[in-house]
Design a protein around this ligand. Structure first.
Ligand SMILES: [Zn+2]
Length: 68
């Protein structure tokens, strides 16, 4: 059986054995759902920030052009 991929409260790798249907043990099973979502959210926030900055820049340029 594979080692659990979960992390303990101390941030250390869990030493328990993973369940046959999962990469995590019964204690860290909830981390299987949270881990990828957290990573995705991080990426989305960065992308949204860049997109928002881009739109803000375009908005400012258009505003100054229409004023003239
Ligand atoms: Zn575990």
């Amino acid at each position: 059986m594979a080692q659990c991929e979960g992390k303990t409260r101390k941030g250390e790798r869990c030493k328990r054995e993973a369940q046959s249907s999962s990469a995590f043990c019964s204690i860290h099973q909830d981390q299987e759902i949270r881990a990828p979502k957290g990573h995705e959210t991080e990426w989305d926030t960065d992308a949204i920030m860049k997109t928002a900055l881009g739109f803000a820049l375009v908005g400012v340029i258009l505003l100054f052009r229409f004023r003239r």
